[in-house]
Design a protein around this ligand. Structure first.
Ligand code: FAD
Length: 421
């Protein structure tokens, strides 16, 4: 078993209960276990010697199409929900860059999207959930019931128990199209300026070319298109999928091939404004199934950090400079802007500022670089995203693994940061 980045890997026993009774016996029969959704966390968050897969807890329990509220079991995938909710004029308030995740995974990582300044994280729209605790008891958690457990579970990486089902609010849409604006930026200053000058667009994310001396890039902004009467009801068009059928050789992604890819991506002609489907805008990577195989069997390491607004520009530049001085070249680099975090959402990753996510092939030098990046992020008062982590220093997520949850629910991630290495 492995996370999405195929590093680390281990042999695990996987339990796949299909109802609450089954989950209870797995929880009671095992000393150490962790819930696993669809394994789309990059590192070791959903890895342990014993895994409780939620993929068979896949029933949609209720959908209030009038008010946009859905209740489903924790193993339901966002991709399955989209087929039900979009035709009724609803979308997610918050969605990550892949639709192949479970609702349980969205809660446990408290995922964010490209609209964090206006929409916050998944927990901002979560009404309630049922949680199986270490004793096998089921606790209903919401902002008014078992409040502490509610907030400790959002972003709590599965350490409080197994989310069985959840209820959350949806976003009203009138069209299945997005209006997208593309801004080409010659350097990092222009990328940051574009974010500031386009704050009225609810969605924003930038691609940064790390092989370029000035860190040029594209910043893509978007908003939901208002179809008026024209498109009724909206339809979820899924882009046709291609598959990467086998692991590429480990040399496939190297400084030169990444440079060539970035050159063409940067010079691609784009309309200043265009209409794109929901699927194309939110989930472009899903169109290429198993794209993680490009990195070869050795896998890769994703490093995502967030810096406070006041340190963000200089900090991101220092981080990119440190990467340039190393021999490592990230293949994909994405910058996002983040807003205020509700004070109760203690484990959510984003803080007001900017985050950068970088995918590095797992070379022999990558761990040395991560050490340097960790030191810098720490000095800049930043933090890393635990759902992407596989090898950072234990303090980097700024959570205390002994401070909440139950020992029974221990992943490799939790063990690693508890033991301090
Ligand atoms: C291409 C891609 C793009 C991504 N983009 C983003 C992004 O933009 N923003 C973002 O925030 N994230 C992003 N992610 C990360 C992803 O959204 C999270 O890692 C998410 O948690 C994965 O959900 P999953 O169902 O695959 O869970 P898993 O990877 O299986 O598990 C993730 C964590 O959730 C816990 N967990 C899972 N199910 C339960 C449950 N029922 N009860 C308790 N704990 C549970 C696990 O123990 C683990 O700690 C992206 C991932 C990929 C592959």
């Amino acid at each position: 078993m492995a996370g999405w980045a195929n590093y680390p890997r281990l042999q695990a026993e996987v339990f796949e209960p299909n109802d609450r009774v089954g989950v209870r016996s797995v929880v009671l029969d095992n000393d150490r276990i962790i819930a696993r959704g669809n394994g789309k966390s990059y590192g070791d968050a959903a890895l342990a010697l014993k895994l409780l897969s939620t993929l068979r807890l896949n029933r949609v329990l209720a959908f209030d199409a009038e008010n946009g509220i859905v209740e489903c079991e924790a193993g339901v995938l966002l991709s399955d929900l989209l087929k039900i909710i979009v035709p009724k004029g609803w979308f997610f308030h918050v969605t990550p860059g892949t639709k192949a995740i479970t609702v349980g995974g969205a809660i446990a990582s408290d995922v964010h999207g490209k609209n964090h300044p206006t929409a916050g994280c998944f927990s901002n729209h979560l009404i309630s959930f049922d949680l199986m605790t270490a004793s096998g008891e089921i606790k209903s958690c919401s902002r008014s019931e078992n409040t502490d457990l509610f907030w400790q579970t959002c972003g709590g990486m599965g350490w409080t128990g197994v989310v069985l089902s959840a209820k959350f609010n949806l976003l009203k849409i009138t069209s299945s199209l997005m209006r997208q604006k593309s801004v080409k930026a010659k350097n990092l200053e222009e990328i940051f300026r574009a974010f500031k000058e386009n704050r009225d667009w609810p969605y924003a994310a930038a691609w940064v070319d790390c092989t370029n001396a000035d860190w040029r890039g594209w910043v893509l902004f978007a908003t939901h298109e208002d179809a008026g009467e024209k498109e009724n009801p909206p339809v979820f068009f899924e882009a046709s999928k291609r598959n990467v059928p086998f692991f590429a050789p480990s040399w496939f992604l190297n400084r030169i091939s990444i440079w060539v890819n970035n050159y063409f991506y940067f010079n691609k002609k784009r309309a200043e404004e265009e209409r794109v489907t929901l699927d194309k805008y939110f989930y472009p990577l899903d169109a290429l199934q198993n794209w993680n195989r490009f990195y070869g069997r050795r896998g890769f390491v994703q490093y995502q950090f967030c810096l406070p607004e006041e340190n963000a520009f200089d900090g991101v530049r220092q981080m990119l400079e440190t990467i340039r001085q190393s021999k490592e070249t990230p293949f994909l680099t994405v910058l996002k802007c983040h807003g205020e975090r509700p004070p109760e959402a203690v484990h959510s990753f984003p803080i007001r500022g900017y985050s950068l996510a970088l995918d590095f092939p797992r070379t022999s030098g990558i761990f040395e670089l991560v050490k340097k990046l960790d030191t810098l992020v720490w000095e800049l008062d930043g933090k890393i995203y635990l759902t992407k982590d596989a090898c950072s220093a234990p303090q980097m997520g700024r959570v205390n693994p002994a401070g909440f949850g139950e020992k029974k629910f221990t992943s490799l991630l939790r063990e690693r940061i508890t033991l301090g290495g």
